[in-house]
Design a protein around this ligand. Structure first.
Ligand SMILES: C[S@@+](CC[C@H](N)C(=O)[O-])C[C@H]1O[C@@H](n2cnc3c(N)ncnc32)[C@H](O)[C@@H]1O
Length: 279
């Protein structure tokens, strides 16, 4: 797998978010989950009152609000592929009276034509989406060109498969089904690693200056509701590249054994933030 390639089993890569905009927005307004995730990413960046910020894949605007509050006399320009997600973000920014935010609809792999790539931003931020971009080096290069020299690019990644005891049980169950169907487990679980993300941004002309973990507390009921957002309900357990039958068998096995959320205790969801500086 190349650095610029897809994460081998990212269940969300290349998916269509349009049909999930309402549910995603409803969920976010109730729980503020992505806002909390965004705060962990944005807080350490040192955004100033007059900073100019480019946001990649703004969704319904959770991170947009976190950003725009920090630079009231600067600006936030958001690029988002899904029109329904972006429309929600626009509405949310309006009702929060954020006047320093503007939106551009399009795929981040087309950043150069969408933004004409002038070097005018101090920061570029991507909350909960970077691993979904198939051409991360190309996106990184476009981001670098749109930043002033020395500008900061920061994104985060969920650590869904750090092997706690719970995750190990989950993984064993998945492996059992894969083994039954003669599917290579190591290949299946292979993900882009820390070095791959570093290599992607470094190939795009950035130097990584920070790579740290942070945690967001998630309630059991919140997680259940998260799973009812169509895109997650449909894709979770439906890993890319597996025959539909195998995918369905994995889903039913983990459901039957109650392996995804075995009790009603809250959990800490672990995120990683990677911050880099452009040449
Ligand atoms: C999990 S949501 C994250 C949304 C948002 N950043 C937040 O803080 O809530 C992922 C978003 O990435 C967008 N997206 C995925 N791939 C994209 C691409 N190639 N270009 C632009 N947006 C993309 C999706 O449309 C979706 O709105």
């Amino acid at each position: 797998m190349t650095c610029g390639g897809l994460s081998s089993n990212s269940p969300l890569a290349g998916t269509d978010w349009d049909g999930s905009a309402r549910a995603y927005d409803r969920f976010e307004k109730k729980w503020h989950y992505y806002f909390r995730v965004a705060e962990g990413l944005v807080r350490p960046l040192g955004i100033e009152r007059d900073s100019r910020v480019l946001e990649l894949a703004c969704g319904t605007g959770a991170c947009t609000l976190a950003l725009s509050r920090r630079c009231p006399s600067g600006e936030v320009v958001c690029v988002e592929r899904s029109a329904p997600m972006m429309d929600m973000a626009r509405k949310n920014a309006r009702s929060a009276r954020r006047e320093n935010v503007s939106f551009v609809q399009g795929d981040v792999s087309r950043l150069p034509e969408l933004l004409a790539c002038e070097a005018r931003f101090d920061f570029a931020v991507c909350n909960s989406a970077f691993w979904q971009f198939p051409k991360s080096v190309q996106v990184g290069e476009a981001v670098r060109k749109s930043l002033k020299p020395g500008g900061v690019f920061a994104f985060n990644l969920p650590s869904l498969f750090s092997l706690t005891k719970e995750r190990r049980l989950y993984r064993d169950a998945v492996d059992e089904v894969l083994g039954k169907h003669g599917i290579d487990r190591r290949r299946f679980w292979r993900r882009r690693k820390r070095e791959d993300y570093h290599a992607s941004v470094e190939r795009a002309g950035f130097t990584v200056v920070k790579d740290t973990h942070y945690y967001v507390v998630v309630q059991a009921r919140e997680m259940m509701e998260w799973r009812s957002i169509p895109i997650f309900a449909r894709r979770w357990g439906n890993f890319a590249g597996l025959p539909a039958g195998v995918s369905a068998e994995i889903s039913s096995t983990i459901r039957k054994r109650r392996l995804l959320w075995p009790d009603d205790r809250g959990r800490r969801s672990r995120w990683r933030m990677i911050m880099s500086i452009g040449e």
